[in-house]
Structures are given as structure tokens and as C-alpha cells.
Write a protein that binds this ligand. Structure first.
Ligand SMILES: Nc1ncnc2c1ncn2[C@@H]1O[C@H](COP(=O)(O)OP(=O)(O)OP(=O)(O)O)[C@@H](O)[C@H]1O
Ligand SMILES: [Mg+2]
Length: 236
């Protein structure tokens, strides 16, 4: 579903990501881990066509992100680090607008909004202005908009950031249930979340991939050990 080759991004003289190579298969749920400033959000912004790389290639569902960006982007739902909401729109109005942008057929808009609102627990907020929502609810709306149109690939930058424990669990269960049919790449700093839902882990440190493995091989088949492995791989 994702093929990345020598992907590099430089911000002036700072190398944010440095010749990344990895592939992600269809239906996988992949945890994208790394300390602050490692390059996770940068990679996600490039993979969603939000920002061009300095060099390198990326393909989504067989489409080159830079040669066939429209075809590639149609297949991606993206939750950016800061969800882009319009404070003057209601949640429903905002989700309708996103449906339009994504080309969801008119006849399906209502049921599609209901589906993602139920999935993210925001049915009660649909008629409120996005500008007055609490932080956690804004985050849920961000996840809901990524899911609209059921794109085969979801790229979620810290999806559980700011959520209360119960909603955190619900969102993780939701993401887990998407596996198989959808491919999901999510970044998080909470290793327990990765343990709970991801079979594969990509660890990035200072712009380079330092681990690209199944969860089981990274922890030696044990239930524990991810924290130690993570710290060891990202401490130099
Ligand atoms: N617009 C920008 N201009 C200059 N440098 C940037 C810009 N965006 C990111 N960077 C730099 O690129 C590097 C990678 O940042 P990035 O946001 O991708 O990290 P991250 O892994 O998402 O971190 P976090 O866990 O804190 O979200 C950092 O050194 C950061 O300072
Ligand atoms: Mg980030």
C-alpha cells in the first residue's frame, strides 16, 4: 500500500528525514514511533501529499504521489497533528464540506456522516460549532473527517493525543477494527497503544529508520520489552 524510496526532507540546513526506505502492506496497522523531532510528522505530511519532499519517491496504492497526486490522495484519509477545523462551521457542516472535497456521492453524505460520528463518539456534538468543542472532541472530529469516504489508507498523526482514557480505548478499538480492510499508519508516544493494536512497528530516530519489524520480533516474542528496545534504539 505504501512504498517509500530514499525519501528525504531538508528544511534549510536541517535534515528532518534522511533517505527513508520502507514498505507497508495492505491491511496492516503500523505504529510509527520515534522521540520528539524524529521526523514522524514530516514523513506523514509528505505521504499525504501535504508537502513535497526534497528528494526521493513515494507510492500509495501503486500511484506515484508526485506524478499522480490526485489518484494517490483519493485513497488517503489524513489526521494532521493539528486538525484543520473551521470554527464558524458546525461539526455536521464541516463534515459535509469534507465529504464534498472528497467527492462522496450526495446520496451517501448523510449516512457517511452518521457512520463516522458513531465510530468516533461525536453524535451528540454534530450540531455544535467546531470552535466551541473541547480539545478531545476536536481531535475526535479530526479522526472522523479522516474516515469519511472510507479511504483504504489512513495516516493518523497522534490520533489519541488529548483524549480521555475511555475515548482513547474506543479510538484504539476502532482503529483495530479497521485493520484488514484498511491500512493504518499511526504515530504515538504511548508504547502501550502500539503494543495493543499494531503488528508492525517502524521506529525513526533523527530522520533515519532504526527498526522496521514485526512487534513480535522487536520484543523477542514477549509481551513486554518494547519500552527498553525503544529507548535503546533512540538514545544515541
Ligand atoms: N516547518 C519547519 N521548518 C523547519 N524545521 C522543521 C519544520 N517542521 C519540522 N521541522 C524540523 O524537522 C524535524 C522533524 O520534525 P517532525 O515534526 O517531523 O518530528 P516528529 O517526529 O513529528 O516529532 P513530535 O513527536 O514532537 O511530533 C525537527 O528537527 C523539526 O524541528
Ligand atoms: Mg509530530
Amino acid at each position: 500500500m505504501i512504498e517509500v524510496e530514499r525519501l528525504t526532507k531538508k528544511y534549510r540546513d536541517r535534515v528532518a528525514i534522511d533517505e527513508l526506505n520502507f514498505t507497508i502492506g495492505e491491511g496492516e496497522i503500523v505504529g510509527f514511533l520515534g522521540p520528539n523531532g524524529a521526523g514522524k510528522s514530516t514523513t506523514m505530511k509528505i505521504l499525504t501529499g501535504f508537502m513535497p519532499p526534497t528528494s526521493g519517491k513515494a507510492k500509495v496504492a501503486g500511484f506515484d504521489l508526485f506524478e499522480q497526486p490526485i489518484e494517490a490522495k483519493k485513497r488517503i484519509g489524513y489526521l494532521p497533528e493539528t486538525p484543520p477545523l473551521y470554527p464558524e462551521l458546525t461539526v455536521r457542516g464541516y463534515l459535509k464540506y469534507v465529504c464534498e472535497l472528497k467527492g462522496v456521492p450526495r446520496a451517501k453524505v448523510k449516512s457517511e456522516i452518521q457512520r463516522v460520528a458513531e465510530g468516533t463518539g461525536i453524535v451528540s456534538e454534530l450540531d455544535r460549532l467546531t470552535g466551541v468543542l473541547s480539545k478531545g472532541y476536536r481531535q475526535r472530529v479530526g479522526i472522523a473527517q479522516a474516515m469519511l469516504g472510507a479511504p483504504p489508507l489512513l495516516i493518523l498523526d497522534e490520533p489519541t493525543e488529548g483524549l480521555d482514557p475511555r475515548q482513547r480505548k474506543e479510538v484504539l478499538d476502532l482503529i483495530k477494527s479497521l485493520g484488514g480492510k484498511h491500512t493504518v499508519v499511526l504515530s504515538t508516544h504511548i508504547l502501550a497503544e502500539v503494543k495493543a493494536i499494531c503488528r508492525k512497528v517502524l521506529i525513526i530516530h533523527r530522520g533515519k529508520i532504526v527498526a522496521d519489524e514485526s512487534m513480535a520480533s522487536l520484543t523477542g516474542g514477549k509481551e513486554t520489552g518494547l519500552e527498553d528496545k525503544f529507548i535503546a534504539l533512540t538514545s544515541e
